[in-house]
Structure formats: C-alpha cells, structure tokens
Design a protein around this ligand. Structure first.
Ligand code: FA5
Length: 345
C-alpha cells in the first residue's frame, strides 16, 4: 500500500507538470484529490487494514495528500501568471503608436461673419437679440406698412405655412429680419439700439448672389433726434471696420414701405473691383444692405410718438460679406455641404 502511495505521488506529480492551463489543472485535482479520486480510493481502504498498517498508511497518505495540495497551489499560481501574461500580450496597447486624429470642427464662414458683425455693432452700443423664423403675416408685412394686396409684397416671394383653421392670421417663413423691428419696439420704450441676426427665406430662383435661405442682420436705433446722418455715419464706420478704408461704399435711394427715406448701401465688386463682371451684373457694385429712417406710420403702430422719436433701420445680407472678403463668386457654395469648400475657412 505504501508503494502504491509512492507510485500515486510520482504519477500525480508528473501529470501536474504536464497541465498547461487552469481547466486542465482542475481536471487533475478531480482525478487525484477529488471525492472519487485515486487518493480517496486508497484512504477508503484503510478500514480493512490492521491497526498498525492503518497508522503507517494513514500517515503516509496524509503526507502525500498534503504534498499534492501544496504542489497544486504552486502550479495554480504559476499557470495564472502565465495566463495573465498571455492575455496581456494579446490585448496589449502600444502607447508609442500615433493616435487617431480627432476631427476638430470649426465655425461656418457665415456664422463667423455673423459673430464679427454683431461684435462691431455691440461695440457701438447695439444689443444683440434673436427672433422667430416662423412669423405672422402681421409682423412680416402688415405692421411694416405692407397690407394685403399692396404691390410691395411682390418684393418678397414667400413660403406660406398651413395655419390652424381657428387661426385668423396667416403664417409664413419670415422673408426678412425686419419683423423684429416691430417686436422689439412693442416690447420696449426708446432708446432702442439692437441688431438681430437670423435666417430668412424667399421663394425665388437662385443664382450667384441669391439663395432661397440666407441670413440677415437687422439693425434698429430709435431715440430723440436720430437723423439720416447717424444712419450713414454708423454704416460707414461699420464698413470701414469690416472691410478696411480702401473699400468704396455707395449709398443710393431705394424704396422700402417701412422707411422714409429709404436707401441701399453697396460695396465695390470684389471680383472686378468696380470694372463690371458676371457677379455684379456688370454694374461694378454689390448691394449688401437696405436701410432708411423708420417710417412714422410704423412708429405710430407701436405707440411711439413720431413727433418725439425718430430712428433708423437697416437689413444686411450676411452671405455677401464673406463673399466680399474671400472673393467667393457663388452664394450657393455656402450651403451646398461640400467640405472641400468649407475646409478652406
Ligand atoms: C430687406 O430685406 C429689408 N428688410 C431691408 C431693410 C431693413 C430695409 C430695414 C430698410 C430698413 P432686401 O430684400 O433688399 O431688403 O434684402 C436686404 C439684403 O439681403 C440685400 O441687400 C442683400 O444683401 C440680401 N439679400 C436679399 N435677397 C437675397 C437672396 N435671395 N440671397 C442672398 N442675399 C439676399
């Protein structure tokens, strides 16, 4: 029996050395030390032995059991270490490899122009406010002296919105930022000095300088004693700060029903420098804004007394500013979503 135990120990020790992973190690444990394992079957036979034999074999069996358990623990430690090293090797990260580049976004050239223009007006004391893009007919037309069937409505081809049946007003995508003149004056008393950036929409055929969605910045200043001189001075200063003093600026009379008198401001064409080309319709000038003195009727509508208060307003087409800056010859490039174009800014 003692020999059998020594054989078992030798056999188990060599089998243990052959185990290569924790699963095999567990199988080994079951085979040699488990309830139905080799050692247990030897111990079960102790009962049929004499007292002397039982003492000797029992002691030897316990020793073998203890040694095998020790060997099992040691093997388990080294197999775990090996498995950990192998798994680290499989999943290891080479920290010296270059990382994936992070695609950093940037502001759209129109957004940048809006920020820059608003900052110039803010430095002159104008507040920056925003208003709704879906507007009532009243604010977009009616309150700006453009009643239903007035021919001036033809100046702005309009996207109409389906209005709920119980609603008696017409709803539309605003064709300009001028409705905010009314909303601003309704909400506050003079002095008013604000600029309003935002999207506007027109149902029109697009070309190199016309889009159906574009951006405007409205400006409004109302107080006692404001004159056309203030309007021109403010806009000249704005053009000087934005484009530099070598750019030519032209004011001409224009008609807008909500101002009197009305003007348009143009800058010499950025492509042909005034000589005439396709972009400027061979005139040498590109119109960037409409403006004028707020019409007394408009002031009356918001309960401002036109005998006390006067004011000027302007509406600037934003896209034309970066076009002028960077020599872009087609407005449709801005929202064509061509990254080759946008990445240049
Ligand atoms: C207006 O929209 C008036 N609300 C401006 C105004 C405000 C006048 C306050 C008086 C007082 P107009 O339709 O001309 O005016 O447009 C103003 C500017 O928007 C134009 O000078 C031009 O720069 C730009 N613009 C007009 N239509 C388009 C278009 N389809 N695509 C791109 N820019 C445009």
């Amino acid at each position: 029996m003692l020999e059998e135990l020594q054989e078992l120990k030798a056999d188990a020790t060599s089998a243990l050395e052959k185990t290569t992973n924790l699963r095999e190690l567990d199988e080994w444990r079951v085979q040699y030390l488990g309830r139905k394992g080799h050692l247990t079957s030897i111990l079960r036979r102790l009962g049929s032995m004499s007292f002397e034999e039982r003492r000797a074999v029992g002691a030897a069996a316990n020793e073998v059991k203890f040694e095998l358990e020790e060997a099992l623990r040691a093997r388990e430690g080294s197999l775990k270490e090996r498995e950990l090293a192998e798994s680290l090797e499989r999943t290891s990260i080479d920290v010296t490899l270059p990382g994936y580049p992070v695609a950093l976004g940037r502001l759209h050239p129109v957004t940048r122009a809006i920020k820059e223009i608003c900052e110039i007006f803010a430095s002159m004391g104008f507040q920056v406010v925003e208003g709704p893009e879906v507007e009532w007919d009243y604010y977009n037309f009616e309150a700006l002296n453009i009643p239903q069937d007035h021919p001036a409505r033809d100046m702005w081809d309009t996207f109409w919105i389906d209005t709920p049946e119980d609603e008696h007003q017409l709803m539309l995508l605003r064709t300009h930022t001028s409705p905010m003149q009314i909303r601003l004056m309704e909400q506050t008393r003079p002095p008013v000095r604000a600029v309003v950036p935002g999207k506007v929409y027109r149902y029109e055929a697009t070309d190199a300088t016309h889009e159906s969605m574009f951006h405007q910045i409205e400006g409004l200043a109302v107080d006692q004693g404001i004159t056309l001189g203030d309007l021109k001075g403010t806009l000249f200063e704005f053009a000087r700060r934005l484009f530099g003093s070598d750019r030519k600026v032209r004011f001409r009379c224009d008609y807008f029903p909500f101002v009197e008198p009305g003007v348009e401001m143009a800058i010499d064409c950025w492509i042909c420098r005034g000589a005439g080309c396709r972009l400027c319709g061979h005139s040498g000038w590109i119109e960037i804004l409409g403006a004028g003195m707020v019409h007394p009727e408009v002031l009356r509508r918001v309960n401002y007394d036109p005998d006390i208060y006067t004011g000027f307003a302007f509406g600037l087409g934003v896209e034309r500013i970066p076009m002028l800056r960077y020599g872009i010859d087609d407005i449709r490039l801005f929202f064509g979503n061509d990254l080759r174009f946008l990445r240049q800014f």
